[in-house]
Design a protein around this ligand. Structure first.
Ligand SMILES: C[S@@+](CC[C@H](N)C(=O)[O-])C[C@H]1O[C@@H](n2cnc3c(N)ncnc32)[C@H](O)[C@@H]1O
Length: 197
């Protein structure tokens, strides 16, 4: 029997990756909506295998350069298509059904903290990937509240996702209740296989 090992609740990204690993299949098409330094893109490229495709978006050239560099150092650039585009345009760019979409919101670590994800385009991207998601497919989101606009964006995302039909989607939110109110939190959306009761 397969066992999930080494869960560290302290590490949101690690926790979300465990969930994604249990859903993703070799040859899948998946999306990283916020490529940033490329760590999630690299993880997805490793998980989809040599026949899979990762569509990775970022509005900043420096982010795509960093992502490309990281992928090249692992010999995985061929599995990834990079777009210097607003992720709100995902539906115009990606045409195939996807199994996974990852969002890691906020700003690029170590760079301009004024270039941040924004509620309206984040919602447009969410709508886009919800339409593309396969039954059983998962959207993971990491949200931050410490920067300007982070709270508002989080509220917009929560309001939108809490209105989804529960027969079609399961939406789960996780947060640290022993940390400050500004600590990051996560949301997982899964498209149910068939209608749930
Ligand atoms: C927290 S970082 C992502 C970290 C990344 N997932 C990693 O593994 O390193 C957020 C990224 O979102 C990007 N971003 C902000 N607004 C965006 C938009 N509208 N469309 C696409 N990317 C955006 C920023 O440029 C930044 O690189």
């Amino acid at each position: 029997m397969n066992r999930v090992q080494n869960i560290r609740v302290q590490n949101i990204q690690g926790l979300l990756r465990k969930i994604i690993s249990s859903v993703i299949q070799p040859g899948d098409v998946v999306c990283d909506l916020t490529a940033g330094l490329g760590r999630d893109t690299l993880f997805l490229a490793q998980e989809v295998g040599e026949k899979g495709v990762v569509h990775a978006f970022d509005i900043q050239e420096i982010a795509l350069q960093e992502t490309k560099k990281l992928l090249s150092s692992h010999g995985l650039e061929n599995r990834v298509i990079l777009y210097q585009r607003n992720h709100g345009e995902v539906k115009e760019i990606v045409q195939e059904p996807i199994r996974i979409a990852m969002f890691n919101l906020g700003y690029l670590p170590g760079h301009d903290q004024e270039i941040i994800t924004q509620g309206p385009s984040t919602l447009a991207a969410l709508e886009g990937v919800l339409d593309l998601l396969l039954p059983g497919g998962v959207i993971s989101m990491t949200l931050y509240r410490g920067h300007q606009g982070g709270d508002e964006e989080g509220l917009m995302v929560e309001e939108y996702l809490s209105s989804l039909n529960k027969r079609k989607y399961s939406v789960l939110r996780g947060e640290y209740i022993n940390q400050s109110k500004g600590a990051p939190f996560w949301i997982i959306v899964q498209k149910n296989k068939g209608d749930s009761p």
